[in-house]
Design a protein around this ligand. Sequence first.
Ligand code: SAM
Length: 259
Amino acid sequence: METNRKEFLCCPVCKGDLIFTGTDPRSEVLSEAFCENCNKAYEWNDGYLDFLGNKGLIHSSKQEKFVRSIYAKFYTPLTNFMFLLCGGVKNARLEVINHLEISDNDIVLETGMGPGDNFPLLVARTENLKIFGIDIQKQMLIHSLKNIRKWNIDAELFRADAEELPFRDERFDVVFHLGAFNLFNDKKKALDEMIRVAKTGTRIVIADESEKGSKIFNLLTGTKGDVIPPIDLIPDKMLNITMETIWRSYGYVIAFTKP
Ligand SMILES: C[S@@+](CC[C@H](N)C(=O)[O-])C[C@H]1O[C@@H](n2cnc3c(N)ncnc32)[C@H](O)[C@@H]1O
């Protein structure tokens, strides 16, 4: 994909314009960046632009950190196994993806894309998508870059925080998140960022485990905490807000349209 990154990217912190540096003739594509406004610098790292540097997931305990590191390493087989409880992996993913309003030539953003396991399902139903993905974990960037090469899927992937997206306002026709919303530190901020980068008329979709689903994970990680699907965080002016139970009641999906 020969995307002009300048058209899409901005500083995740102050939303200022980025300047791409480097002597590579393709420096717009493969280069470090720094913000013209706040001077923050962002490094190119093994195939992706890294907007986070030393920042990463915050863990509540050593047990949680250990379980999540194993999960990240074997993410796809473990997730496919867990989705058996929810009616099978393809069915479980489609219960979310079917809520997207997606057409040929759309520009799609998945926040927290993991290894990119939703991408094949997106390209299977449309032509000429432009896919963008961000994830906070380096391991997931390594997996997803390997996967898109293997699957021959054209996608632009960045290491970034869903609560501070490195994208300009109103760039995406489709914006969705599957699987980590319950873990976000500032859920309202993550939701507002999804809304900010979506174009007018975009259907925004968020799915994660329900209280019932998270109980299983909490047993493994030793964490506590109730799951409250973020329906009350959605600004009143959003249109056609829906919430459904999915994954045989182990999950929820919320969808709404940006006016
Ligand atoms: C359960 S996985 C889901 C991956 C993918 N969406 C899927 O459907 O298979 C959750 C992902 O969200 C990422 N994540 C967690 N917190 C994040 C944050 N604040 N910003 C960006 N990604 C985050 C994790 O690194 C992980 O890859």
